[in-house]
Ligand binder design. Structure first.
Ligand code: INS
Ligand code: FE2
Ligand code: FE2
Length: 313
């Protein structure tokens, strides 16, 4: 929520009508926000335009991004090959990494600063809570809230087997077929060893039309890793699993690339992933959430979807 909104509005406590001194109370409480807006004759639906400090067009501006971000993508686009992906997947399946609870995983992840992200300076735990809170505020189902809460926990990979950040964070794309021009900074693929490969450089590559995204190997990173970790260890439904697995696949869910690989199931999942995206992306400009206050709610939510509590990572 942009602080500016509250500077212009007199914010009232929704319950007893007292004026609030600290507007951060209002941000946590949708009723307070509604009351404040009503007071200014602004309907609640119009409030969404205030949801971001940044204008929506100001997110994901990779051409204007810092050298840190551009260098990250150059390295990632050069190193994500079919051979690397096969190695990473075999490695994942044949090793045990750690056993811990979801909350412990969130705390462990907190020291990572994501080099691929031009839009947030918040810690990972703050980003996870922000995403979940935005979903909860909109009254979305509990499975979607828990999905928001954990969706980036795959970045833990950085502390296990990663070779850098290039095989953990950033947008994803298929390997084994031509790199689409709608992937960000597409010119940085020229030095990828697969770029001129006789099969991997063709439109369908090692796949075929309608083969289904389950059969397409996406670049290895936090999405793919977390999907495999939670698939059999949680009660999250298919839509939530798709949100986790494909949330960084912007060329597909945002730009319309690689749609020829889809089957009917993927077409349904695409809708879910697109519904999730604004919570992941635009919540990045919301106020920083207060962890200790939110912890009891989310611990209960985690227990509901991870009844085993401690899981294999
Ligand atoms: O920089 C971001 C970040 O790493 C996100 O976690 C990922 O999901 C996005 O796709 C990426 O662009
Ligand atoms: Fe992510
Ligand atoms: Fe995220």
């Amino acid at each position: 929520m942009a602080p500016g909104v509250f500077q212009q509005l007199t914010v009232y406590n929704g319950r007893d009508g007292h004026q609030l001194e600290d507007t951060s109370d209002a941000i946590d409480n949708v009723n307070v926000l509604k009351a404040a807006l009503k007071n200014k004759n602004i309907s609640f639906d119009d409030a969404s335009e205030f949801d971001a400090e940044k204008d929506k067009t100001q997110f994901r501006q990779y051409l204007d991004a810092s050298d840190r971000v551009k260098n990250f993508y150059r390295e990632q686009h050069e190193k994500q090959t079919v051979a690397y992906n096969l190695r990473a997947r075999i490695n994942f399946k044949t090793k045990k990494r750690a056993r811990m609870s979801i909350w412990e995983a969130m705390e462990k992840l907190n020291t990572l600063i994501d080099e691929s992200d031009p839009d947030t300076n918040l810690t990972q735990i703050e980003h996870l809570l922000q995403t979940a809170e935005a979903i909860r505020r909109d009254g979305k189902p509990r499975w979607m809230q828990v999905t928001g809460l954990i969706h980036d926990l795959g970045k833990l990979l950085f502390f296990f087997d990663a070779e850098g950040q290039w095989d953990v964070v950033g947008d994803t794309f298929p390997v084994g077929c031509a790199f689409d021009k709608r992937i960000i900074l597409p010119e940085t693929f020229v030095n990828n060893p697969d770029y001129n490969h006789p099969v991997y450089s063709t439109e369908f590559g090692i796949y075929h039309e309608g083969c289904g995204l389950d059969n397409v190997m996406l670049s290895w990173g936090h999405d793919e890793y977390l999907y495999h970790v939670v698939k059999h260890q949680s009660r999250i439904p298919d839509e939530g699993l798709a949100m986790i697995r494909f949330h960084s696949f912007y060329p597909w869910h945002k730009e319309g690339a690689y749609h020829k690989f889809m089957n009917d199931h993927d077409r349904r999942m695409l809708k879910a992933v697109q519904a999730f995206n604004p919570y992941d992306l635009y919540s990045k400009s919301d106020e920083t959430p207060t962890m200790e206050e939110l912890k009891p709610y989310y611990l209960e939510l985690i227990d509901e979807f991870f009844p085993e509590r401690v899981i294999d990572w």
